[in-house]
Design a protein around this ligand. Structure first.
Ligand code: AMP
Ligand code: GLY
Length: 414
């Protein structure tokens, strides 16, 4: 079977690698792919959101299954278009993607179906929003409603900060025309529960934990994710069962009920609060970097599994026992400005898996070409061992313009 993977990051590298382990995949294409993906697949220079060219490519090359990584492609309706053409595709429709692209849609759905989440209100008028914040408590959570690539969330510690943020979002429309969702501030341990979803039929992946801040001890600015691991000792079997029943299954059922059934990966960004597990956000796709630590544990045939979901049938993913831990190497300066083109040496000595996020080949050498450059993912029977292996392997990589967090996974040992 010929398979096409849409996207170009570490997540897509992990997806391509899982597919490459399937004897069913005779040929893998990636659009646009990256330098790491190119070792496993044929990369074609089509942008992930260029839906018409992707449809054309899939038809011309007899692609039998397309798997979509990034939300941007989903939000422009890639799944709807492929289905119109009778092509198999793994991912949600544009309407179902609203669970990620519109925070207001996600909140209304959760309230209507009794899914536990932070209390909230939605505003378009600056004065009303400010009035609401003044009557509430601090810190307060302000979320721009729209696809803002993770930049639309501000946790305001002071009234001045809250006012300035509302001004940015509603008066100066820094992110574009939009609304603001104001949320109750929750505390607790965050974790990610991703499920394969085909309408009301769902199958969970191992829970993972992302590390969103740039520096150790969760300091510094928010990033696309600096590392992740599975399993999480503080998420018990009971917690898992609760989250599956009251959150993931309930939302899958609700989407069917609302006439926008979900197909693909439903990502629950959850928090274990003193008052139970609650939803922080949903994503309509594989998480990044969670996917890079979860898919190495996939025991099932990836092509069969993705095809089952694409056809709306019951998925039943099986997983290897053990732990995985991934540490991201990022360009110095990220998530601010950074230089590209630094030579990377020594990856051939690394025993862990390496998924490329932002690399290129220049004059025959591997160089940095993005903010997040690669993720080193170690597997072992225990998390401590996985952490140690990932650290040992990171030390073998030579490059003078990279940094990484040294505390990935430490929350599991507290
Ligand atoms: P999001 O873009 O929705 O994932 O939000 C980014 C981060 O902001 C989350 O990973 C949380 O750490 C934090 N956050 C979002 N909503 C809340 C909330 N209601 N209470 C506490 N922290 C939150
Ligand atoms: N790891 C968070 C995300 O994929 O949005």
């Amino acid at each position: 079977m010929k398979v096409l993977v849409v996207g170009s990051g570490g997540r897509e590298h992990a997806i391509v690698e899982a597919i490459s382990r399937s004897p069913k995949a005779t040929k893998i294409y990636a659009a646009p792919g990256n330098a790491g993906i190119a070792t496993l697949a044929e990369c074609v220079a089509i942008k992930d959101t260029d839906v018409e060219r992707l449809v054309e490519f899939a038809k011309e090359n007899q692609v039998e299954l397309t798997v979509v990584g990034p939300e941007a492609a989903l939000a422009v309706g890639i799944v709807d278009r492929f289905r119109e053409e009778g092509l198999n595709i793994f991912g949600p429709t544009k309407a179902a993607t609203e669970i990620e692209s519109s925070k207001d849609f996600a909140k209304r759905l959760m309230v209507k179906y009794g899914v536990p989440t932070a209390g909230y209100a939605t505003f378009t008028a600056f004065d009303e929003a400010l009035d609401y914040v003044k009557r509430g408590s601090l810190p307060t959570v302000l979320k721009y409603d729209g696809l803002a690539a993770g930049k639309g969330v501000v946790i305001a510690q002071t009234m001045e900060e809250a006012e300035a943020t509302l001004r940015d979002m509603l008066l100066d429309t820094k992110f574009g025309e939009g609304r603001v969702v104001i949320e109750e501030f929750l505390t607790g341990e965050e974790f990610s529960l991703m499920c394969f979803v085909a309408g009301n039929k769902i199958s969970p992946m191992p829970v993972a934990q992302d590390h969103k801040r740039a520096y150790d001890n969760d300091e510094g600015p928010n990033t696309g994710g600096m590392g992740a691991y599975t399993e999480l000792p503080f998420i018990t079997a009971e917690d898992h069962a609760y989250a599956m029943e009251h959150i993931m299954q309930r939302v899958a059922d609700a989407m069917v009920e609302e006439g926008t059934p979900f197909t693909g990966v439903l990502y629950g960004g959850l928090m274990k609060t003193p008052n139970g597990i609650k939803v922080i956000e949903f994503n309509a796709r594989f998480g990044d970097p969670e996917t890079e630590v979860v898919l190495p544990r996939l025991k099932s045939d990836a092509v069969e599994l993705f095809m089952t979901v694409a056809k709306g049938e019951q998925p039943a993913a099986e997983w290897h026992e053990g732990a995985t831990l991934g540490i991201v190497l990022a360009s110095k300066g990220y998530p601010g400005s950074y230089d590209k083109g630094a030579v990377i040496r020594g990856i051939e000595n690394v025993e862990s898996k390496i998924y490329h996020m932002g690399t290129a080949i220049k004059d025959g050498e591997l160089v940095t070409a993005g903010g997040r450059v690669m993720i080193v993912v170690a597997s072992a029977s225990t998390l401590r061992e996985a952490q140690q292996r990932a650290r040992e392997d990171i030390a073998k990589i030579e490059c003078d313009n990279l940094f990484h967090r040294t505390d990935i996974g430490n929350k599991a040992f507290r």
